[in-house]
Ligand binder design. Structure first.
Ligand code: CMX
Length: 436
C-alpha cells in the first residue's frame, strides 16, 4: 500500500518537525495539576500522553480525527449496497487524518488480503491448547506467536536507524491487522465448531470476510461486523488496552508484543471482557426470572440482587463518559433498524430504562449510563453467536485498528520510553506534613 505509506510518511514528518519546535518553545507550560485523589484513583483525568487518532469527551463521546460515529457512518466509504462504513476507511482516516476515497479503501483491502497468510506454526501452537482454553488466552498467544514475522524486530537487529522505525512498524501493523481475522476465526471454529474451518472469501471486504470465516454470511450481519469493527477501534489513549499497547510499545517492543499486551488488558472484566459479562449476566437474569420477556420490575429486582451481592452491573459506567456511550447508541440504532422485535434486544432496552436510576440512587457511581459493552452481545446472540466467552476477541480484532495506527504515529513522532514517577504512601504522608 505504497500510497498510504507515502501519505503517512509525509504527514508524520511534518507533524514531527512542528511538534519538536512546539515542545522546545513551550516545554514549561503547565497543562494541568495533579491532586491526591488522582494519584490514588487510577490516574483519572491526568493529561500525560499524546494520542493522535481519536479523542474522548465525557459528554459528547468519541471523535475519530474529529469525526463522531454518525459522521463516520455518513462520510466513510461503504461497499455497494451496504449501509455501514468500512473499517478500512477508518484505519486510513486514523493514520492520515483524511477521509479516503472508495478506490483508496479498495486498494487497502486488497493490500491486507495479500498480507493475510498466517504461518503454520501459529495454527500448530493453537492446536496444542485445550479447546476449552479461553478464547482471549488463545488470541493473545496467537498474536505473540506471529511475532516471528516482525519486520521491526528483524530490522532493529540489523541496526535500523531511528528515523526508519515507523516504516517497520507500519509493515508490522498492516501484516498483523490483515492476519487477525484469520486467527480470530480459527479460534472460534476450533473452540465452538469442532475445528470445521471456513476458508477466506477474498472477494469480501475485511470485516465481511471475518464474518464469513466465523460462519455467518447474512448480509445484515456483514454490516453489523463493519459497524462493530469501526466503533470498537479506538477510544483515545488512556483506556487500558490502548495505554498498555502504548506503554509496551514505548520500550520498542514490536507491534506483536505490544498489541498482545494490550489484549491481555482488554481481557479484564472491567474493560473488554465486560461484553462477555453482560450477556452472561442477562442469561442468568432470564434464568432466575424464568422467562425471556421480563418486566422492568423484575429486572430492577435482579439488578438490586446483583448490587447487594457486591458485584457491579456489567456494561454500565465509564471512567470518562458521563452520558450514554455513542457506541451503545450506534448499536441501538442498528438494532432499531434491523432487529427491533427480537426478545433479547427488547431485554437490553428495558435494562437501559431500568439500570441508570438505580445506579444513580447509589450516590457514588459517576456515570450510570450504558457503555459499548451493554449492547453488542444481544445483537450477536440474535445472529446465532451465543458463545459469549468469544466476544472480547471481536473487540480485540477491532481495537488493533486504533492502537496500531497510534503506534505508527508514536514511532514516527519518536516518543520516548514511557516512565512516569511512582511514590510510596510514606512519601505522600511526608509530603502532606510539609503542606501543613
Ligand atoms: N455497577 C455498580 N457499581 C458501579 C458501576 C456499575 N456498573 N460502575 C461504577 N460503580 C461503582 C464503582 O465500583 C465504585 O464503587 P466503590 O467506590 O465502592 O469502589 C463507584 O461506583 C465509583 O466508580 P466510578 O468512579 O463511577 O467508576 P470508575 O471510573 O472507577 O470505573 C468502570 C469505571 C467502567 C470500571 C465501572 O463503571 C465498572 O466497573 N463498570 C462495570 C464494568 C464495565 O461495564 N466495564 C466496561 C467499560 C467499557 C470498556 O472498557 O469496555
Amino acid at each position: 500500500m505504497e500510497k498510504l505509506k507515502q501519505i503517512f510518511g509525509e504527514k508524520s514528518s511534518e507533524v514531527r518537525d512542528t511538534l519538536k519546535r512546539t515542545i522546545k518553545e513551550n516545554a514549561n507550560v503547565k497543562v494541568g495539576d495533579v491532586v491526591l485523589a488522582q494519584v490514588y484513583g487510577g490516574m483519572r483525568g491526568i493529561k500525560s500522553m499524546i494520542w493522535e487518532t481519536s479523542h474522548l469527551d465525557p459528554i459528547e463521546g468519541i471523535r475519530f480525527r474529529g469525526h463522531t460515529i454518525p459522521e463516520l457512518q455518513d462520510k466513510l466509504p461503504k461497499i455497494n449496497g451496504s449501509s455501514e462504513p468500512l473499517p478500512e476507511g477508518l484505519f486510513w482516516l486514523m493514520l492520515t487524518g483524511e477521509v479516503p476515497t472508495e478506490e483508496d479503501v479498495q486498494a487497502l483491502a486488497d493490500d491486507w488480503e495479500t498480507r493475510a497468510t498466517v504461518p503454520q506454526h501459529t495454527f500448530d501452537m493453537l492446536e496444542q491448547l485445550p479447546p476449552e482454553t479461553h478464547p482471549m488466552t488463545q488470541f493473545s498467544m496467537a498474536i505473540v506467536s506471529l511475532q516471528t514475522d516482525s519486520v521491526f524486530a528483524s530490522e532493529y537487529a540489523k541496526g535500523m536507524a531511528k528515523k526508519d522505525y515507523w516504516k517497520a512498524t507500519y509493515e508490522d501493523s498492516m501484516n498483523l491487522i490483515a492476519r487477525l481475522p484469520v486467527i480470530a476465526a480459527y479460534i472460534y471454529r476450533r473452540s465452538f465448531k469442532g475445528g470445521d474451518h471456513i476458508a477466506a472469501d477474498t472477494s469480501l471486504d475485511w470485516a465481511a470476510n471475518f464474518a464469513h470465516m466465523l460462519g455467518n454470511d447474512d448480509a445484515v450481519f456483514y454490516d453489523f461486523m463493519r459497524l462493530y469493527m469501526v466503533i470498537h477501534a479506538d477510544h483515545e489513549g488512556g483506556n487500558a488496552s490502548a495505554h498498555t499497547t502504548h506503554l509496551v510499545g514505548s520500550t520498542l517492543s514490536d507491534a506483536y508484543y505490544s498489541f498482545a499486551s494490550g489484549m491481555n488488558a482488554l481481557a479484564g472484566p472491567l474493560h473488554g471482557l465486560a461484553n462477555q459479562e453482560v450477556i452472561k449476566w442477562i442469561f442468568e437474569m432470564l434464568e432466575a426470572i424464568g422467562n425471556d420477556n421480563p418486566t422492568k420490575e423484575q429486572i430492577a429486582e435482579f439488578v438490586q440482587q446483583t448490587l447487594d451481592s457486591g458485584k457491579v452491573i456489567p456494561g454500565y459506567g465509564h471512567a470518562v463518559l458521563r452520558r450514554p456511550d455513542p457506541r451503545f447508541v450506534a448499536q441501538k440504532g442498528f438494532a432499531e433498524k434491523h432487529l427491533a422485535d427480537a426478545d433479547i434486544i427488547q431485554v437490553v432496552w428495558k435494562i437501559f430504562e431500568t439500570v441508570p436510576p438505580i445506579l444513580e440512587s447509589l450516590g457514588k457511581v459517576k456515570n450510570p449510563w450504558p457503555n459499548v459493552d451493554a449492547h453488542s452481545g444481544s445483537i450477536l446472540v440474535h445472529y446465532g453467536m451465543k458463545e459469549f466467552t468469544y466476544y472480547t476477541v471481536l473487540f480485540g480484532v477491532s481495537r488493533a485498528l486504533g492502537v496500531l495506527a497510534a503506534q505508527c504515529w508514536s514511532r514516527a513522532i519518536g516518543f520516548p520510553l514511557e516512565r512516569p514517577k511512582s511514590v510510596t504512601s510514606k512519601w505522600i504522608y511526608d509530603f502532606l506534613a510539609t503542606q501543613e
